[in-house]
Write a protein that binds this ligand. Structure first.
Ligand SMILES: [Zn+2]
Length: 201
């Protein structure tokens, strides 16, 4: 299984090689490559990939290709992206309204609802009137109802719990949202050329 093929992309997302899964895992472990999620194009460093693998395998271990050893269980990547990456320095995700909606999955971070986009707003966790800044940590997606209800209060004062602590995303939403189209047929999308999946995002 460690000799199965992994598609290797260069930094421009162009397919340049096929490596063995063994080699891909070494590159990943050394911080020379990241795993590309085949559907949403999320990028995973080694530790993130291990974490992701555990989450995936906990639910349904069948149908996944993975290696298992006493201290490590990890999915075999299908596609990796080369680059000089220091595992401790992540490329920052550009702060924008669009990326904020992507981070929060178009979901109100107070009530958990996913209304149509036009019914969503952006809420300052610490209100602007109290010095709350426009940062990843202080902005969340909220439905209009929750936003109005919270008003000029902190979540504690309004007794409204956030679903999760807002933070800068760890992934790079390079091609936008999770693509809800048919499951990527292995590497096909990458072999079609770097333009095609950008266009479909
Ligand atoms: Zn809400």
């Amino acid at each position: 299984m460690l000799n199965s093929g992994v598609l290797v992309l260069n930094r421009s997302w162009v397919a340049v090689n096929v490596a063995t899964a063994r080699r891909a895992l070494v590159l990943l472990c050394q911080g020379h490559a990241r795993v590309v999620h085949p559907r949403n194009f999320g990028l995973y460093g080694f530790e993130e990939w291990v974490q992701f693998s555990e989450e995936q395998l906990r639910g349904t271990p069948n149908g996944h290709r993975y290696i298992h050893s006493p201290n490590l269980t990890v999915l075999l990547p299908e596609v990796i992206l080369l680059g000089v990456f220091n595992g401790f320095i992540r490329k920052e995700v550009h702060f924008s309204r669009r990326n904020l909606f992507l981070r929060d999955g178009h979901q109100c971070q107070y009530c958990g609802k996913r209304p149509p986009r036009h019914e969503l707003s952006i809420d300052h966790v610490i209100p602007r009137s109290r010095g709350g800044k426009d940062t990843w940590e202080n902005l969340v997606v909220a439905c209009q109802k929750c936003n109005v209800k919270k008003g000029d209060r902190t979540p504690e004062e309004a007794n409204m719990r956030l679903l999760r602590n807002p933070a800068a995303p760890r992934w790079l939403p390079r091609f936008g949202m999770v693509l809800e189209r048919e499951q990527l047929a292995g590497w096909q999308r990458f072999l079609e050329g770097p333009r095609s999946h950008q266009a479909s995002a």
